[in-house]
Design a protein around this ligand. Structure first.
Ligand code: PLP
Length: 339
């Protein structure tokens, strides 16, 4: 089975499992788990930020960040396709009682002009704008990467306006590997960053929320309230630590694999177009939108799993459990399909 549905389907490697089985553990709610502490310190140093906290998921890290940055009735500016809005179960409203200003943007990304024009004036009619939330890479945008210059412009504006800026960096390392931007300089543009260890980095569980010491101290309280305080979490954190130390550089391979799929898909007569591939996500837009499920089923019969990604669209995500041989086999399977 070649599973392209998501980069969350990866299984821990033998080496990662060894690290997990032998990890020293303690009670992390007492902050006594040496492995969690090591991961949090390692991540903070890696990003050049003051502190970080290990959480159960990327939804949790995003929701904690929003809860800290925004008051009840405040407003978050984000892209209409952003994960924080679209795929977190209405968490902004449910957990934080906050309002959202959704912006169309381009492949999941915003510009400074988008942000600027939607800052509400200081007038009782409007919710108070309290947070800008960006996503890099953008999932719905087909793995699109932000132009770092745009991030700097938005960040500078937010700093001047005393407006916090959060990054949903679930797949940030994919962007970093592709752009060759200095991670610390990049990270310094944000007040908080969420990073998934359980996507392309290949850990079984967990995300990190990274920011200033005070912010992370608040995050520890909110995480507990959200039911996310874990005890001997070192056993899973060890997988995350292993992932961050060993699986970043290799993301390049996933991007090459995604480009190979892009090239093949672009040449097929049942594909109308492929969203330009920036990282590890490939979105094919079909000529005949009614054939989406037929194609998905034909691929499944050949042991290739892909995901429906809206009307007439299918998504392939490459990751560390997909080898070059798997890619070659998939290209063969794609050629065999006629609809
Ligand atoms: C996967 C993902 C998350 C977090 O998802 P979890 O499944 O909760 O870990 C957040 N943002 C983006 C853009 C994602 O793709």
């Amino acid at each position: 089975m070649i599973d392209f549905r998501s980069d969350t389907v990866t299984k821990p490697s033998k080496e990662m499992l060894d690290a997990m089985f032998s990890a020293p553990v303690g009670d992390d709610v007492f902050m006594e788990d040496p492995t969690v502490n090591e991961l949090e310190q390692f991540a903070a140093d890696y990003f050049g930020m003051e502190a970080s906290i290990y959480c159960s998921s990327g939804t949790q890290t995003n929701q904690i960040a929003i809860n800290i940055h925004v008051d009840q009735g405040g407003e978050v500016i984000t892209n209409e396709d952003s994960h924080v809005y679209k795929y977190e179960g209405g968490g902004i409203a449910r957990n934080s009682g906050a309002s959202v200003r959704l912006i169309r943007g381009n492949r999941g990304r915003l510009t400074l002009e988008d942000v600027e024009q939607w800052i509400n004036p200081d007038d009782v009619h409007f919710p108070v704008t309290q947070l800008v939330s960006l996503e890099d890479t953008s999932n719905r945008g087909g793995g699109a990467i932000y132009d770092f210059e745009e991030i700097k412009r938005i960040s500078e504006f937010c700093r001047k306006s005393r407006l916090p800026i959060h990054l949903d960096g679930a797949r940030l390392m994919n962007a970093m590997i592709e752009n060759k931007i200095d991670l610390k300089e990049y990270a310094s543009q944000f007040d908080s960053i969420s990073l998934c260890l359980s996507k392309g980095l290949g850990a079984p569980v967990g995300s990190l929320l990274i920011g200033k010491k005070d912010f992370i101290k608040q995050a520890r309280r909110v995480r507990k309230v959200f039911g996310g305080g874990m005890r001997q979490a070192g056993i899973i954190a060890a997988g995350g630590l292993y992932a961050l130390k060993n699986n970043v550089e290799r993301l390049k391979e996933d991007h090459l694999h995604a480009r190979a799929l892009e090239t093949e898909l672009s040449s097929l007569n049942w594909v109308k177009e492929v969203v330009p591939v920036d990282t590890n996500i490939v979105v094919a837009i079909l000529n005949d939108t009614s054939k989406r499920d037929v194609i998905i089923n034909k691929l499944a019969e050949m042991d290739v799993k892909v995901m429906a990604f809206g009307p007439g669209m299918i998504r392939f995500v490459t990751h560390l459990d997909i080898s070059s041989t798997d890619i070659d086999e998939t290209l063969e399977c794609l050629r065999k399909i006629s609809v």
